[in-house]
Design a protein around this ligand. Structure first.
Ligand code: G1P
Length: 355
């Protein structure tokens, strides 16, 4: 069995970060989302992986290389435009050959891996397998309707009026019949070849499509609140590990990781949190569910429930919460100018300031 990992797309909901960076490389607990997927694939015993890449191809290549760091053999498959998930299968035809494969959306985050899913497919004699989970806002996903015996009776991509709250998770397993389906379907209203339509085509043509419930935690990390949620879930399981220097005036509480070269002075770190390599935390409070990247500075500040990417600094500001701060960003207090907010912010940014 092979795996096809999709790491193209525009990531519009995570702008401005995705103006300059692939959405699949936004870190969760200081590790890109995509890496979790690649590790799950390897754990399921799959090593032959095709990665579909778009505008951010170079960044993805730099992050994953030839795959050997993950125990994988990676082939890159360029997609000239984001024309849909089924289009990715179409252009990966040669790589996929006549084997079954796992299709894994690179921005999906699944706790518990995919080994059970792969085993269920291997023993099941099905033509395709999808995963379903209940969500609060099904209109943002592919939605399945199940019959009395659990069989799939309907599939719709982002329906305005969902017939159920069962979302299609971005991990699929297909036998080679999917190639016929992706050739047969036509673009949706958003101009994309939808994988949901291809799976529906299989059902309509009498193929056996099995649905598997997701037991563990799942998120599509396309939106800020989902990224923060994933970060929380991963941090809750992190093993405490202090490699950097923490002075005697600082207090470490709960699950805290301080990576190599980091310095913590006169601060309170209340886990679960991770502090990246060579970062400085000075006279500050870093609260639960926060990931601070490498080479950051947090000084005279308070921050919790947030993700801060590499090379950024937060000075004299309290309290930052529910925030995603990009690379090399400076957040500081407007000195000597009371009650003003001085901003220089990139396109498509979102800022919520206290009163
Ligand atoms: C895609 C699929 C959708 C699925 C979702 C899971 O949506 O089209 O059916 O539920 O992934 O993450 P997209 O993220 O491309 O909007």
């Amino acid at each position: 069995m092979k795996a096809l990992v999709l790491a193209g797309g525009k990531g519009t909901r995570l702008r401005p970060l995705t103006h300059t960076s692939a959405k699949q490389l936004v870190p969760v607990a200081n590790k890109p989302v995509l890496y979790y997927g690649l590790e799950a694939i390897r754990e399921a015993g799959i090593t032959d992986v095709g990665i579909v890449v778009g505008d951010t191809a170079q960044e993805v290549r730099e992050a994953v290389g030839d795959g050997s760091a993950f125990g994988l053999d990676v082939t890159y498959i360029p997609q000239e435009a984001p024309l849909g998930l089924a289009h990715c299968v179409l252009i990966a035809r040669e790589f996929l050959g006549d084997e079954p494969f796992v299709m894994y959306l690179g921005d999906n985050f699944l706790v518990g891996g995919i080994a059970d899913l792969v085993n269920a497919f291997r023993g099941g004699g099905h033509d395709a397998q999808i995963m379903l989970t209940r969500v609060a806002e099904p209109q943002f996903y592919g939605v399945a309707e199940l019959g009395r015996n659990g069989e799939i009776v309907g599939l719709e991509e982002k329906p305005a009026h969902p017939r159920s709250d069962l979302a299609i998770v971005g991990v699929y397993i297909f036998s080679p019949v999917i190639h016929e389906a992706v050739r047969a379907i036509t673009p949706s209203a958003r101009g994309e070849l939808e994988i949901t339509d291809a799976v529906k085509w299989l059902i309509d043509h009498g193929y056996r499509v099995h649905s598997h419930p997701v037991d563990g935690y799942w998120k599509d990390t396309g939106r800020l609140q989902d990224m923060l949620e994933c970060n929380r879930i991963v941090l809750e399981r992190v093993e405490p590990d202090i490699r950097g220097g923490v002075d005697g005036l600082s207090e470490i509480i709960g699950r805290v990781v301080v990576e190599r070269g980091a310095v913590v002075e006169n601060s309170i770190l209340r886990g679960p949190i991770v502090v990246g390599a060579d970062t400085k935390i000075i006279s500050s409070y870093v609260g639960p569910f926060t990931s601070i990247g490498s080479r950051c500075v947090v000084a005279n500040a308070e921050i919790d429930y947030s993700i801060v990417l590499d090379g950024s600094s937060v000075h004299g500001v309290s309290r930052i919460s529910h925030s995603l701060i990009g690379r090399n960003v400076e957040v500081s207090r407007a000195a000597g100018v009371p009650n003003t907010h001085e901003l220089m912010v990139g396109d498509h940014s979102r800022i919520q300031v206290g009163a």
